[in-house]
Design a protein around this ligand. Structure first.
Ligand code: C5P
Length: 217
């Protein structure tokens, strides 16, 4: 069984960058599970399926065949790499992520990513639900303000204008939805180590995860 490092945490806690950095050093694969929820939501919007219609949304999630190629993501031959990163796509993702049937539809897709030599999986329920057998579980968090600032800078790098206040309220809304939902709510998995990155640089955060991994391997 391949080694799995599960990194869960709230919106913009740095999971994606930390996962990529850790995976690069270890030569592991990466699973950005949030991208799958974003893809499912985006596919619904493109197909004109109402996000309130759980059965129809579930069908879309079951049937979608995203293609991951050269760092880009395609849905039915359309490059949706940037579309799925918008705040709107994030909010849509969190709405449909509350449907247990959608979570089931994406479960096997995620499990299949556990391949040698190892996997760094990031999301909300990697340690608790999808990979309860992960050898290292981390709950990565940071204050709402530092998360909003990071998201602001990420968007700015992509040439997208945003307002910090809007970002704080968007991420609080998504945190609320993700934490309060009945199925797979956002919370530290049993046995997860809590890592607060508010005062840490990206490199320091990556190094901390690597040192924990080396402690157990
Ligand atoms: O991580 P990211 O912000 O891209 O995720 C988008 C949304 O997808 C989250 O707000 C959450 O509602 C949902 N999600 C989830 N479980 C995961 C990953 C993401 O419910 N494992």
């Amino acid at each position: 069984m391949a080694d799995i490092i599960a990194i869960d945490g709230p919106v913009a806690s740095g999971k994606g960058s930390v996962s990529a950095g850790v995976a690069k050093v270890l030569g592991f694969h990466v699973l950005d599970s949030g991208a799958l929820y974003r893809l499912a939501g985006t596919a619904c919007v493109k197909e004109g399926v109402s996000l309130d219609d759980q059965a129809a949304v579930t069908k879309v999630a079951e049937n979608m065949k995203p293609l991951f190629k050269d760092g880009r993501i395609y849905l039915n031959d359309e490059d949706v790499t940037d579309v799925i990163r918008t705040e709107e796509a994030g909010l849509n993702a969190s709405q449909i992520a509350a449907y247990p049937t959608v979570r089931d539809a994406l479960f096997q897709l995620q499990r299949r990513c556990a391949q040698e030599p190892g996997l760094v999986a990031d999301g909300r329920d990697m340690g608790a639900v999808v990979f309860p057998d992960a050898c290292l579980k981390i709950f990565l968090t940071a204050s709402a303000e530092s998360r909003a600032k990071r998201r602001y800078n990420q968007l700015k790098e992509k040439g997208i204008d945003s307002k910090i206040d809007d970002l704080v309220s968007d991420l609080k809304e998504r945190d609320r939805r993700d934490t309060e939902r009945a199925v797979a709510p956002l919370k530290p998995a049993e046995g997860a180590r809590i890592l607060d990155s508010s005062e840490l640089t990206l490199q320091e955060t990556i190094d901390k995860v690597l040192s924990w991994y080396r402690e157990i391997r």
